[in-house]
Design a protein. Structure first.
Length: 369
C-alpha cells in the first residue's frame, strides 16, 4: 500500500506541470488522453454504505450500471464511473461513529462484503487492488481498481487484531477518527481530550505501517495530524480533506500541516463537499442555524410562525452555491503549499451532493479541464 502514495496524485501532477494555454473546450481530448494512460484515483467514496443501507443490501442484487435512471438517484454507478474515466477508487467502508464500537466492527464487515460482492458481480468493470502495481495493471486492462478504507478508528474497537483482520480482507487505509473523539485520538469534529495521539494511538499508526496500510488523517484534530506525521514511518495522507486557508472548517487542513505533508511525501486528496470548499456557504450555514435557534425560542409552541420567519430570512439571504471552480481552487492551493506531487482528489460522494459542475463521478474530466 505504501507505493499507492506514488500513484495517488499522478493525474493531477500531469496537469499541474503544463501551462494553461488552451481554451476550456480544447482540454477534452487532452484530458481523455491522460486519463487513458494514467489512473485517476479518488480517495473516498461512500458507495458501499449506500448499497448496504438501502432496502437491506439491495446493492447485492440490482443492476449497478444505471442507478440514476432507476428507483434511486445516486452519485455513482458503472456508467457514470466509465464516463468519468475513473481508474481507481478507494471505497470507504464507513459506519456511524455514534454507535457502540463492537457494532461498528460488525457493520464494517458487512460493508467489506458489499465491496467484494459488487467486484465479483462485475469482473469486467472492477478488480480488487492492494498496491500501486495492482492499480496500474487493472487500469491497463480497462477496469477500475477497487481499494478500500475504513473511515474511523472506532471501527477497530481498540483491538489491533481487528485491524489485522481488516487488512486480510483488503482494507488499505484506516481513518484515525471520524466525527467523534475516541479513546486514543481526537476528532476535528469533537472536543479534544488527548491533545493528540495516546500511546495506543501511536501503536495503531505503527501497526498500520507494519501491515503496509495507509494512515489516513482526514477528520482528525491538528494535534493528531502532527502526531501521526511524526509517528508514522511511511507517508501519511488525507483521503478527503480540503484547504483550511480557503474554508475555515475544522475538517480542512491548515497550511502548516500541508507543508508537513509535502515535506514527508504524503498526499492531500481534496474534498468536494460544498460545506468544505465554499467559505460563503459555511458562513451562511452557521448564520442560518443561529436564526433558526432564535426563531424557535421566539415562537415556542408556534411552529407555523417559526417556519414563516425562517422562510422570510431564507428569502432575504439566498444560499450561496458551491462550484467546481472552488474545488479547483482548493486543489491549486494544496499544490502551491504542499507541492504539486502531493495533491489528489477524494470527493466524498454520498455524504452529500457535490458542487455545481461536479455533481457525480462522471465529472472528473470537467474538473481536470
Amino acid at each position: 500500500m505504501r507505493a499507492i502514495c506514488v500513484v495517488l496524485s499522478l493525474s493531477i501532477s500531469v496537469f499541474a506541470s503544463a501551462q494553461a494555454t488552451q481554451a476550456p473546450d480544447a482540454y477534452a481530448a487532452r484530458v481523455a488522453k491522460v486519463l487513458k494512460a494514467t489512473p485517476l484515483i479518488d480517495g473516498h467514496n461512500d458507495w458501499a454504505e449506500t448499497l448496504h443501507d438501502r432496502e437491506d443490501h439491495w446493492g447485492s442484487t440490482v443492476d449497478l450500471h444505471d442507478l440514476n435512471k432507476g428507483k434511486y438517484f445516486d452519485h455513482t454507478d458503472i456508467n457514470l464511473l466509465r464516463k468519468g474515466m475513473v481508474g481507481g477508487q478507494f471505497w470507504s467502508v464507513y459506519v456511524s461513529a455514534l454507535q457502540p464500537e463492537v457494532d461498528q466492527v460488525k457493520n464494517t464487515l458487512d460493508q467489506i462484503d458489499i465491496v467484494h460482492q459488487f467486484v465479483a458481480r462485475y469482473p469486467d468493470t472492477f478488480a480488487l487492488a492492494r498496491t500501486a502495481a495492482d492499480v496500474r495493471r487493472i487500469h491497463k486492462s480497462g477496469r477500475i481498481a477497487s481499494l478500500m478504507g475504513a473511515e474511523g478508528g472506532g471501527q477497530i474497537d481498540n483491538d489491533l487484531s481487528v485491524l489485522r483482520i481488516y487488512n486480510e480482507l483488503g482494507i488499505g487505509y484506516l481513518t484515525l477518527t471520524h466525527v467523534k473523539t475516541i479513546a486514543w485520538a481526537d476528532s476535528a469534529n469533537d472536543e479534544p481530550i488527548h491533545g493528540g495521539l495516546t500511546p495506543f494511538g501511536k501503536a495503531v499508526v505503527h501497526e498500520l505501517n507494519r501491515l503496509g496500510m495507509l494512515v489516513d488523517i482526514s477528520h482528525v484534530s491538528p494535534a493528531v495530524m502532527k502526531d501521526a506525521i511524526a509517528t508514522s514511518r511511511a507517508p501519511v495522507f488525507f483521503s478527503h480533506s480540503s484547504a483550511r486557508a480557503l474554508n475555515d472548517h475544522p475538517r480542512n487542513v491548515p497550511d502548516d500541516i500541508l507543508r508537513l505533508v509535502g515535506s514527508t511525501g504524503g498526499v492531500v486528496m481534496a474534498n468536494a463537499l460544498p460545506l468544505y470548499i465554499s467559505e460563503p456557504l459555511r458562513q451562511w450555514t452557521a448564520e442560518r442555524a443561529g436564526e433558526e435557534a432564535k426563531f424557535k425560542l421566539l415562537y415556542i409552541g408556534q411552529p407555523d410562525r417559526m417556519k414563516v420567519a425562517l422562510a422570510a430570512w431564507d428569502g432575504a439571504h439566498p444560499q450561496p452555491v458551491a462550484t467546481l471552480e472552488q474545488m479547483a481552487d482548493h486543489i491549486d492551493h494544496i499544490a502551491k503549499i504542499a507541492g504539486k506531487d502531493h495533491v489528489g482528489i477524494g470527493a466524498d460522494f454520498y455524504y452529500g451532493a457535490g458542487p455545481k459542475g461536479f455533481e457525480d463521478v462522471s465529472c472528473y474530466p470537467a474538473l481536470l479541464a
